[in-house]
Design a protein around this ligand. Structure first.
Ligand SMILES: C[S@@+](CC[C@H](N)C(=O)[O-])C[C@H]1O[C@@H](n2cnc3c(N)ncnc32)[C@H](O)[C@@H]1O
Length: 390
């Protein structure tokens, strides 16, 4: 290309740091190899394990685990479940490794984003993060997604290949957003709790142009990235650092719907119980609480054996406690009515086989929902320093 070339190609902007990292040919080839192995794990290897476990399906999950411990297929399955995640994150072309090397540049990107529309990002970095959050390396991500700017970007890049068998990665979140729209007044206030980098918040924003949409998360880094992405796309979303179990920035009876995707399996039961009470406080009478998470497990004991194994192997300890929790009873105790837990399709027709084990490895997606009765008023009162309507 000549130095005075003014064609479109010559004027093309430099790719963002994160795009350059994942676009590097060696990184892309290595990550594609890991995704290919994960696809093999999710389909062929899973099918062998599932068919072997079917012979002991009458036994409880712990005993299935013992019976399967001598199976070569299961040992390979379990080993790969741990190590594919580590391969994706670490080593020469691992995402966490590569993004950490660019931490300063990525911090610069977040800082630039924060300068644009600063009133739409309210980080509360003086407030300490809870122990259960900082002491657990969820998804085997060392140091979590809250320590450094690069952690948020690595998390965003890694999330693209969590479910390689699903045909359309963003579809689950879009259909959840459609559900949120269906249960919320068009001009209502929606909180996307545990919003991460905005995977559900953005489709809610797009689906509900007349609503006030607020993303809430514990991680200031992830919120900075969510804010940056919203600014880049011209999406009007406020992002606020807060805790689902102690929402100091939200007033009583100020929210129409609290939605959360993939959040509640990341907190211990006592924290989740407190979160239900806190949701009840901030919801308006008639307001709705809806989680998209793992609860109704298809495939009976074998299905539970597989998801409990995932909980251990991917370091997601609170999946186990969520599955053991009596959600209906805890919701009722918090004051909610119309409590329901309903299987939710990862993609259209994923649940076509009803309660049987799915054909491929799939998360047991469930809508867990309830309504704050229209007539009652919340018990405790709190004045917030940030109004969601501002
Ligand atoms: C698995 S991610 C899901 C992110 C996003 N909702 C999605 O569907 O991709 C869970 C998110 O919840 C946040 N989180 C965990 N505990 C929280 C809490 N107690 N209050 C608010 N956010 C929390 C984490 O920081 C993380 O961003």
């Amino acid at each position: 290309m000549r130095a005075d070339d003014t064609s479109e190609a010559a004027r093309a902007p430099e790719p963002a740091v994160e795009d350059a990292i994942v676009g590097d040919l060696r990184t892309a080839a290595y990550q594609a190899y890991v995704v290919g192995l994960k696809r093999y794990w999710s389909t062929e290897l899973y099918a062998v394990v599932a068919s072997q476990a079917a012979h002991v399906a009458e036994q409880p999950p712990r005993e299935i685990e013992q019976a399967m411990s001598t199976s070569h297929a299961y040992r390979a399955f379990a080993w790969l479940e741990v190590h594919l995640q580590q391969m994706k994150y670490y080593g020469r072309w691992g995402l966490v490794t590569l993004f950490a090397e660019a931490d300063d540049q990525l911090a610069g990107e977040l800082a630039e984003g924060q300068k644009r529309e600063p009133d739409k990002l309210a980080n509360d970095v003086e407030r300490p993060l809870p122990d259960y959050y900082v002491d657990t390396d969820f998804h085997q991500h060392r140091g979590g997604i809250w320590s450094d700017p690069s952690d948020a970007f690595a998390y965003e890049a890694a999330a693209r290949s969590t479910t390689p068998v699903a045909s359309d990665h963003g579809d689950l979140h879009s259909r959840f957003a459609d559900h949120v729209r269906a249960i919320t007044p068009a001009d209502g206030v929606v909180l996307d709790m545990g919003c991460g980098f905005g995977k559900t918040t953005e489709p809610i924003r797009r689906a509900m142009p007349g609503a006030t949409v607020v993303g809430v998360d514990l991680s200031p880094q992830v919120l900075g990235l969510a804010h940056l992405r919203a600014v880049q796309q011209g999406l009007d979303i406020r992002y606020v650092q807060d805790r689902q179990e102690d929402l100091v920035h939200f007033e009583d009876e100020s929210v129409d719907t609290i939605a959360a995707s993939m959040l509640i399996h990341e907190v211990p039961t006592d924290v989740l119980v407190q979160s239900l009470r806190e949701a009840y406080r901030v919801l308006k009478p008639g307001g709705r609480l809806v989680y998209l998470d793992f609860y109704e497990v298809p495939g009976g004991n074998v299905g539970r054996f597989l998801i409990l194994g995932h909980s251990t192997r991917n370091n997601e300890p609170f999946i186990r406690s969520l599955l053991a929790m009596d959600f209906h009873a805890e919701m009722a105790a918090a004051g909610f009515t119309d409590v329901a837990t309903t299987s939710f399709e990862e993609e259209p027709d994923a649940l076509a086989r009803g309660t049987e084990l799915p054909e491929f490895w799939r998360f047991p997606w469930t809508l867990l929902a309830g309504t704050k009765p229209a007539t009652e008023s919340a018990g405790t009162t709190r004045t917030a320093d940030i109004s969601v309507a501002s």
